[in-house]
Design a protein around this ligand. Structure first.
Ligand code: 4NP
Length: 150
């Protein structure tokens, strides 16, 4: 899960997906990163920690890190929150195979729309709650899509 700072959107996407993967006993490794390095080593934004906690998800142990080319070797699917993340991540891909790993998280809700998870950093607590709700739906859809067996 990738956003800009790795302190608001990708931590909640990471936390929600980890929570659901654990509950469903799926053997998936989940992680998150930011395209920028402003917040490397810091916990998620206190407002995102609080919103998550209010909804029964603990993201307090996450520490921000910057996305790197190595992530393409480790992960099968790389989910970005917005178009800016998409182009920043794509620039680090070194093959078409790596490029094909990059997806918009909201593609699982709105396929092909390049829909973005809005950045709540300069917003209100409502914006943080709205991000939680959106990412909760998107991670449900992601799991449904990737575990679908006809
Ligand atoms: P995020 O939000 O990309 O969802 O973690 C932001 C966090 C920090 C900044 C911008 C967006 N910042 O400019 O420091």
């Amino acid at each position: 899960m990738v956003c800009l700072g790795n302190i608001c959107r990708s931590p909640i996407a990471d936390g929600l997906l980890r929570h659901k993967v654990c509950h469903r006993e799926l053997a998936w490794d989940v992680d998150s990163a930011g395209t920028a390095n402003y917040h490397t080593g810091t916990p998620p934004d206190a407002r995102m920690i609080e919103t998550a906690r209010n909804n029964g998800v603990d993201i307090g142990a996450l520490r921000a890190r910057q996305f790197s080319k190595e992530d393409f070797k480790i992960f099968d699917r790389i989910y970005v929150m917005d178009r800016s993340n998409y182009s920043a991540v794509l620039k680090l891909a070194s093959s078409q195979e790596e490029e094909a790993k990059v997806h918009y998280l909201l593609d699982h809700l709105y396929p092909g729309k390049e829909a973005e998870v809005p950045d709540p950093y300069y917003g209100t607590s409502k914006d943080f709650n709205d991000v939680f709700t959106l990412v909760d739906k998107a991670t449900d859809a992601l799991i449904n899509d990737l575990t679908y067996e006809p």
